[in-house]
Design a protein around this ligand. Structure first.
Ligand code: NAG
Ligand code: NAG
Ligand code: NAG
Ligand code: NAG
Length: 203
């Protein structure tokens, strides 16, 4: 019995090793699993795009950096407003699935903020869903308590994956509803004098 591994056919050993190796990226550093994206059809609506190097782009970049760096917080939710000039403000938020670790949440938000720009280039607004998280940004304020109604579609998608701890998700949504009424975290992106970020991730 002790010699059993030596008796295993080479091919079986090989397949076994491949399976073990393929588990590694699932455990850490795997790309999030894309589900859905919603953004304007920029062919039809040229006003729904922003210009290269515009203040909106600056604010959006800043927004993504704040969301990415805030995505390790344990609530799995954060919203932020970048910019002060009303015509250039970028609003954004992310929501991570309730049963994933802060590290996986951050991987997902970092990935999403790049992926959304590739999938919907120059769009003023977009929402992207993965198995692990969703990310949304817009030039228009989305009151978190209201916007969680459409966001629940993301929740339902996650539930279809059968991996969600639904009670944890609702717990998170409940917390967020309350936080949303307190208002948005806000910071400038250097477009005006007061550029000090006021990001204060809460535990
Ligand atoms: C955008 O609209 C154009 C014109 O109607 C259409 O041909 C194209 O398929 C649309 N693109 C998407 C991504 O829906
Ligand atoms: C947001 O962008 C849309 C589409 O370009 C535009 O019609 C709208 O006025 C903008 N809203 C704000 C508050 O800037
Ligand atoms: C999904 O969850 C249900 C209920 O807990 C369970 O019976 C089923 O086996 C799960 N399906 C998968 C694919 O995990
Ligand atoms: C789901 O989350 C709730 C609240 O965080 C927790 O009490 C419960 O044990 C979790 N259930 C599972 C199956 O992980």
């Amino acid at each position: 019995m002790a010699n059993l591994p030596h008796k295993m056919p080479r091919k079986a050993l090989f397949v076994h090793s491949i399976c073990l190796l393929s588990l590694i990226p699932i455990i850490e550093g795997a790309d999030p699993i894309f589900r859905f994206i919603e953004c304007p059809n920029t062919t039809l609506s040229t006003t729904s795009t922003y210009a290269r190097n515009s203040p909106y782009q600056t604010n959006l970049d800043y927004l993504f950096s704040i969301l990415s760096s805030s995505s390790t917080i344990s609530t799995g939710f954060y919203n932020f407003v970048a910019g002060r000039s009303p015509t250039n403000v970028a609003y954004g938020l992310f929501l991570c699935r309730g049963d994933i670790s802060p590290a996986v949440c951050q991987d997902c938000v970092v990935y999403a903020s790049r992926d959304v720009v590739n999938k919907c280039p120059w769009s003023k607004w977009a929402t992207i869903w993965y198995d692990e998280c969703m990310l949304r940004y817009s030039n228009v304020s989305m009151t978190p308590s209201v916007s969680f109604v459409p966001e629940l579609r993301g929740g339902l998608m996650w539930n279809l994956q059968n991996a969600t701890n639904a009670s944890r998700l609702h717990e998170v949504l409940g917390e967020n509803g309350k936080r949303g009424e307190e208002g948005w975290e806000r910071g400038g992106a250097g477009e005006e004098e007061d550029a000090t970020p006021q990001s204060s991730p809460k535990p």
